[in-house]
Design a protein around this ligand. Structure first.
Ligand code: MEV
Length: 437
C-alpha cells in the first residue's frame, strides 16, 4: 500500500522515479528504463522541458507533422500539426489540396477583444454600488497603469470596466466585467494581473466610501480572465461552383446537397453536433499544440460558443446559393504568438518559422482554416465512402506495430490492403497467413 509522501517536489528526478517505482511500480522492473529512454541526450534541452512543469520524470512524445498546400488569403502555407490520431494530417492535407485549385481558403479576423471578471458579493442597495462604481471607475482604470505600460505603448491594454448586476440570477452577485486588447499575447497573465490589481483597489476604496453604511461592503470573491471570448472572433471560408465538387461517380450538385444536409444535421442535433465539432477540433488542437498555445482554453471557449444560442450546435455552416457552394466556420480564439511557450520550446519556435512568423491575428486565421479543412475532409468522407475506409488505412501501421510486424511483413500487408477494407481482425488473419506460409 503506497504511503503519502512529503517534500516530493524537493527530490531529484532519480529519487522521484525510485519513489514511484517502490510505491506503485514494483511489479514493473523495466519502468525506470522506459522513463529514461525518453530523456533527451541534450541535457540543456532536457532541463528546459523539466522546468516547464513540476515533478517531471520524463518526456511524452507526440508526432510533429505538417500538412502542406494550404492556400490561405493567397499565401501558401505548410501547417504544423501535433496530434496522435491517425488520418488527421492526411485529411487536412487532402482538404488543402482539394481547395488549392479552387481559390483556396479566405480568412478574416472579426474582433480581438478579450475579457476577465472580478466577481463580487454585495447585499446592500444596488444604487449605492452603482454610485460608488461610477465615482471610482477612473481610479480603477488608472490602478493598472504600471502593469499596462508596455502593452499600452504597443496599442493594447485595459479597454473598459463595466459593473454588471447579476443579482437576479444569483442573490448578491455582481461583476466588474473588464475588457482588454492584448495584441500578439494570449494575455492570460496580463489580464489576471490587471484584474487582481483592480480588485484590490475596488475593495480598498469600498471600505472607506460613504455609500456603504452599516458595514455592508461589496466583497471580492475572485478575479480571473474568461476563456469565453466571443468578442475575439475569426471566420474562415471556402466557396466554389457546385459543378467543381464532383466526387467519383457523385456529381457536384448532389455532393454539395449531401454536404449541406450533413452540416444542417449537426446544426440541429446535439449528438451529431458534438462529433462534428470534435472533428473540427482535431485540426484546431493540432495547430494549437504545435504553436504552444493553450488547447484547454481554446476547447472550453469554442464549445461555449457552439452553444451560444442556448443549445449546442455546429461551428461550421454551409449553403448553396446560385449554384455556388459556401462553407465557413466562425469561432472565438484567444491565441498568442509571443509569451508562454512560444519563445521557449524549440519545436514551437520552429512551427512559427514554418508558418512564416505570423502575428496573433494571422495565427487565428490559420487555426480557423485548419478546423474548417478538417471538417470538410470528415464530411466529404462521411457522405461518400464512409469514414472507416481512409481512417483504417491510416491506422493500419498502428495495428501492425501492436502486432509486432517486421518491416517485410508491414510492406506486404500495406500492399495487400491497398484495395481491401482494413479491420483489426482482417489484419491479424492476414499476418497469421503470411507467417504460416
Ligand atoms: C474523428 O476523429 C472525427 C470524426 O468523427 C468527425 C466527424 O464525424 O465529423 C470523423
Amino acid at each position: 500500500m503506497p504511503k503519502p509522501v512529503s517534500g516530493f517536489s524537493k527530490k531529484n528526478k532519480e529519487e522521484k522515479i525510485d519513489w514511484l517505482l517502490s510505491n506503485y511500480l514494483s511489479h514493473l522492473p523495466e519502468a525506470k528504463n522506459t522513463l529514461k529512454k525518453y530523456w533527451n541526450a541534450d541535457s540543456e534541452l532536457q532541463k528546459l522541458h523539466d522546468d516547464f512543469i513540476e515533478n517531471t520524470l520524463s518526456n511524452y512524445y507526440l508526432p510533429f507533422s505538417i500538412a502542406p498546400n494550404f492556400l490561405i488569403n493567397n499565401t501558401l502555407y505548410a501547417i504544423p500539426m501535433v496530434i496522435e490520431e491517425s488520418s488527421v494530417v492526411a485529411a487536412a492535407s487532402n482538404a488543402a489540396k482539394f481547395w488549392l485549385d479552387k481559390g483556396g481558403f479566405s480568412a478574416e479576423v472579426i474582433s480581438t477583444q478579450k475579457n476577465g471578471q472580478i466577481h463580487i458579493n454585495y447585499y446592500g442597495d444596488t444604487k449605492s454600488l452603482k454610485n460608488f462604481f461610477n465615482e471610482i471607475k477612473p481610479l480603477l482604470i488608472h490602478a493598472v497603469d504600471n502593469i499596462a505600460e508596455n502593452m499600452k505603448k504597443r496599442g493594447g491594454g485595459l479597454l473598459d470596466i463595466e459593473l454588471l448586476d447579476a443579482s437576479q440570477t444569483l442573490e448578491g452577485y455582481y461583476q466588474l466585467h473588464c475588457t482588454f486588447e492584448t495584441l500578439d499575447a494570449m494575455g492570460a497573465n496580463f489580464i489576471n494581473s490587471c484584474l487582481e490589481t483592480i480588485a484590490k483597489t475596488f475593495e480598498t476604496e469600498a471600505r472607506k466610501h460613504s455609500e456603504f453604511k452599516y458595514e455592508v461592503y461589496p466583497e471580492v470573491v475572485m478575479s480571473i480572465l474568461s476563456n469565453y471570448v466571443p468578442e475575439c472572433l475569426v471566420r474562415a471560408k471556402v466557396s466554389c461552383p457546385v459543378t467543381q465538387l464532383s466526387q467519383g461517380k457523385i456529381d457536384g450538385k448532389t455532393f454539395a446537397e449531401k454536404f449541406v444536409r450533413a452540416v444542417n444535421i449537426a446544426k440541429s442535433e446535439t449528438r451529431r453536433a458534438v462529433t462534428h465539432n470534435k472533428g473540427i477540433m482535431n485540426g484546431i488542437d493540432a495547430v494549437i499544440l504545435a504553436t504552444g498555445n493553450d488547447f484547454r482554453a481554446v476547447e472550453a471557449g469554442v464549445h461555449a460558443y457552439a452553444a451560444k444560442n442556448g443549445y449546442y450546435s455546429s461551428l461550421t455552416h454551409a449553403t448553396i446559393e446560385d449554384e455556388t457552394f459556401n462553407f465557413w466556420i466562425e469561432i472565438p480564439l484567444a491565441l498568442g504568438t509571443v509569451g508562454g511557450l512560444t519563445s521557449l520550446h524549440p519545436l514551437v519556435k520552429l512551427a512559427f518559422e514554418i508558418l512564416q512568423k505570423p502575428n496573433a491575428k494571422q495565427l487565428m486565421q490559420l487555426v480557423a482554416v485548419a478546423g474548417l479543412a478538417q471538417n470538410f475532409a470528415a464530411i466529404r468522407s462521411l457522405v461518400t465512402t464512409g469514414i472507416q475506409k481512409g481512417h483504417m488505412k491510416m491506422h493500419l501501421m498502428n495495428i501492425l506495430n501492436q502486432l509486432g510486424a517486421t518491416e517485410e511483413e508491414k510492406r506486404k500487408t500495406v500492399q495487400h490492403f491497398k484495395d481491401t477494407t482494413v479491420s483489426h481482425t482482417a489484419v491479424v488473419n492476414y499476418l497469421e497467413n503470411i507467417r504460416n506460409s
